[in-house]
Design a protein. Structure first.
Length: 412
């Protein structure tokens, strides 16, 4: 039976214009043209208003200067009408002309000073109005950038389903938003395909591993089996169990990379207590003391996944500890609007430059994790993925004297 080939993913749309075209961008309603028209028009309107105001002030000053002369003629005698206009008594013709000229010049200076003062006040008022109007218009023009930024922040929180879907003129911002949406589509498809592959592979591997475990347990239950075969069965059973843990870890890692949709109140103190109960027997066998005060710290999230964080951190703290006199301290608290889970332990000295390697899958200090019998090498990777899915983070710091301090911070 012939199979239909899978359709190729659609390529992102090509730009509707060529930036190298010297004619087309000039005919397109670009941001540059809109801002040029906007601020050019604002400048023109402000200049017209300022010119009109100055014209009115000048006309008023001229009207006042001509209607109120600093002197008057009474019975053929020129007399001053202001205190600053001084005319000589019994002046000659030249003396009277010079005195009148000085009075008129002084009145013109007063009119110019008043015009300058009024013009400065008008300029100040227009500047305030222009800045306020320009700020509002710039915010309106650049508002799509804010929308793109908010969507990018939501996507950064592992919500790849968000889209900008910007409406408006076909300018640079809309093209940027459309390209960003296309990129998000491809990223979402890639992440979904990756998680589906890991989940399907994990499910497919569960069945043969379960069958192997059942067959090995049946053979081990046979009392007549040779000792060599019995020992080989135990070794194979341990290897099979390790493979099952690896598959479960991969499946959990694939699930925890998604954002948590359904959230419920979860107390980190209770989560930590459950983790302590599960590792208590192993800690006693290794002589490791578990201590610490756990205050209530309620967050919104998935209790099973959050319990996995505490369990993985506690298992690592117990298994990678000193041979004698070791301890693990587990504390929880609510501080500054965040819930904090801290797991500290004694152990070997950890170089600071090796901290980032601890969170990589199948990696541990100076060696591959797959070469160790202490775990499958996914514990801290799962813990980091779960913390990110809850909008939090996990930080590892070397402890003075040896060991680590693992700090998990989650929003309340």
């Amino acid at each position: 039976m012939a199979t239909t080939p899978a359709p190729h993913p659609q390529a992102p749309p090509k730009p509707t214009w060529d930036p190298r075209d010297p004619v087309r961008p000039l005919l397109r309603p670009t941001i540059r043209i809109r801002l040029t028209l906007l601020y050019g028009g604002m400048f023109l309107i402000a200049g017209i208003l300022l010119l009109s105001i100055i014209y009115l002030f000048t006309a008023q000053a001229l009207s006042d200067s001509t209607s109120q002369l600093p002197f008057k003629v009474v019975n053929g005698t020129v007399q001053p009408t202001t205190s600053w206009c001084r005319l000589p008594e019994s002046p000659t013709g030249d003396q009277l002309n010079d005195a009148v000229t000085l009075c008129l010049r002084h009145q013109s200076d007063l009119a110019l000073d008043d015009l300058l003062r009024r013009s400065l006040f008008a300029l100040l008022g227009l500047s305030i109005i222009a800045f306020a109007f320009g700020y509002a218009m710039a915010g309106r023009v650049l508002s799509p950038l804010g929308r793109i930024t908010r969507t990018a922040r939501q996507v950064a929180g592992s919500d790849l389903s968000r889209r900008i879907e910007l409406d408006g003129p076909d300018d640079e911002l809309k093209e940027l938003a459309d390209t960003f949406d296309e990129m998000l589509d491809r990223l979402e498809r890639a992440f979904t395909a990756q998680q589906r592959f890991v989940a399907n592979a994990s499910h497919e591997l569960r069945t043969p591993l379960a069958i192997n475990r059942t067959l090995l347990e049946v053979h081990l239950s046979d009392p007549g089996a040779p000792v060599e075969l019995h020992q080989l069965g135990k070794t194979l059973l341990a290897t099979n169990e390790r493979s099952e843990q690896l598959v479960e870890g991969l499946l959990l890692l694939a699930r925890s990379d998604n954002q948590i949709i359904e959230r419920k109140p979860v107390d980190l103190a209770e989560v930590a207590e459950r983790g302590v109960d599960q590792v208590h027997a192993e800690a006693e066998a290794k002589g490791v003391e578990i201590r610490g005060e756990r205050a209530p710290a309620v967050v919104q999230g998935n209790g099973v996944l959050l319990e996995r964080i505490a369990l993985n951190l506690l298992q690592n703290a117990v298994r990678y500890n000193v041979p004698e006199g070791g301890w693990v301290e587990v504390t929880t608290e609510a501080k500054d609007g965040q819930a904090v889970l801290v797991v500290s332990n004694t152990g070997p000295v950890v170089p600071a430059y090796e901290i980032d390697n601890l969170f990589e899958p199948f990696r541990r200090l100076r060696q591959e994790r797959t070469g160790s019998d202490k775990g499958v090498g996914l514990g801290l990777s799962i813990a980091r993925s779960v913390a990110r899915a809850h909008g939090g983070r996990i930080i590892a710091e070397p402890r003075e004297g040896g060991g680590l301090v693992m700090r998990v911070t989650l929003p309340i």
